[in-house]
Design a protein. Structure first.
Length: 162
């Protein structure tokens, strides 16, 4: 799936969207799931590819309406950074919401703002994704402008589910 934001394109690989799709909170008691989005910048362009992610692991805090990932995700990220010969880097966050159409909460925005400030990564743009049961939405955060805005809304029919 490719989002064109004018001066650059953001590609989110199918397998990433499929993993997120399968993490949706379809049952009454399913907890929020989430993790990091990991990607790289295409050489000789501004284009971004989100090609990896981390999934919930033991140590994360989660409930029906809350997900806080543990420090362990940083270890996973570091390994991917090394294994990819320093091309795959931290590119943002994904999490689920127990809603058909996900609405971003004030807490989400606060968390993202914080991550934009604190994250050690080589990109000035970060990608944030919230997956609802029938719709998912994507935001872009600009670390220089300190701004976040929504760039995409999809209904999961925009990629192949396997
Ligand atoms: Zn949220």
């Amino acid at each position: 799936m490719i989002i064109d934001i004018g001066n650059r394109k953001i590609k989110i690989n199918n397998n990433i969207l499929v993993e997120i799709y399968h993490s949706r909170q379809l049952n009454q008691r399913d907890c929020e799931a989430g993790g990091m989005l990991i990607g790289s910048i295409i050489r000789d362009s501004n284009d971004i590819i989100i090609e990896d992610l981390t999934m919930p692991i033991k140590g994360d805090i989660n409930s029906r309406t809350r997900y806080v990932r543990s420090e362990k995700h940083n270890k996973l990220l570091e390994q991917k950074w090394i294994d990819s010969q320093y091309t795959k880097m931290y590119f943002g966050e994904w999490h689920t919401h127990p809603q058909d159409i996900p609405f971003v909460s004030l807490q989400d925005i606060r968390n993202w703002m914080n991550l934009m400030k604190e994250s050690k990564t080589e990109t000035n743009l970060l990608v944030f994704l919230i997956a609802g049961n029938t719709v998912y939405k994507v935001w872009i955060g600009n670390r220089i402008k300190k701004s976040i805005h929504q760039i995409y809304e999809g209904d999961y029919s925009d990629f192949t589910i396997s």
